[in-house]
Design a protein. Structure first.
Length: 251
């Protein structure tokens, strides 16, 4: 972001020529990086005998790194300007694909642990909270009442995986309601000692886990739709880049 901000603010002074020297090299480097991005989907689908070295996780991180550095090199190659029509088409396609990649990374971050992992997190937090509240019950804090009040949130989070619109409504509804419930229930956990503070923190973690579980189905479906769109966009980018290269060197 700093490199983009500096390049944009000094775009009239960027000391590169897209057709010669460093500027030309940046175009080749950036274009090569964008092409190597295909390594990740190919690595995922390759048979064991033909797989490239490195884990899928490595290729995914490498894919994200190139997805940032490649467009950055191209922006400096283009001197942060659109240029001729063929250049503008190639640059526009690259910006769309790069933005699509960032959106996909946002979706992926919310589903990569899987739905089973979300439910396990809920159960573990609830068990830990039950134990913590049992220790505080001697002070008159109604443990059963608190657990009974949080259970419907967990049930709704699990049921949210049934359909897209159900999950979308749960993301909004539980996002608001869990924050209200946390504030109300935290008020019942009075006291400034270590256990009371830990119980309030655990209650906050539990409601956050509820929200994440509800979000999973919603973002999982968005990620699937994104996959259907991202690859065609990348193919259009390759076609636009080839057209740009041919036009520049022929005319």
């Amino acid at each position: 972001m700093a490199a983009i901000a500096w390049g944009w603010s000094h775009r009239a002074e960027v000391p590169v020529d897209p057709e010669h020297g460093l500027g030309y090299a940046l175009g080749i480097i950036g274009g090569t990086m964008m092409l190597v991005l295909l390594g990740y989907p190919l690595r995922k689908r390759a048979r064991p005998a033909t797989r490239a070295p490195g884990s899928v996780g490595f290729w995914f991180r490498f894919h994200m790194l190139l997805g940032l550095l490649g467009p950055l090199a191209i922006l400096y190659h283009a001197r942060f300007s659109w240029g001729a029509l063929n250049s503008a088409v190639a640059l526009g396609a690259m910006l769309i694909v790069a933005t699509s990649g960032l959106v996909g990374r946002f979706f992926y971050a919310r589903v990569h642990r899987g739905y089973s992992g979300r439910k396990l997190e809920l159960r573990a937090l609830k068990a830990e909270m039950d134990e913590m509240l049992a220790q505080l019950e001697v002070r008159g804090i109604p443990r059963a009442a608190i657990l009974e009040e949080v259970q419907p949130f967990e049930d709704r989070a699990v049921a949210a995986g049934g359909a897209f619109w159900t999950s979308a409504a749960a993301v909004v509804g539980l996002g608001i309601e869990t924050r209200i419930a946390r504030r109300r229930l935290s008020g019942a956990l009075t006291g400034a000692d270590r256990r009371s503070l830990a119980a309030r923190g655990l209650l906050g973690d539990y409601f956050q886990a509820v929200r994440r579980a509800a979000e999973f189905a919603f973002y999982d479906r968005l990620l699937r739709l994104w996959h259907l769109l991202h690859l065609p966009l990348f193919i259009l980018l390759v076609a636009a880049a080839i057209l740009h290269i041919v036009a520049v060197h022929m005319y």
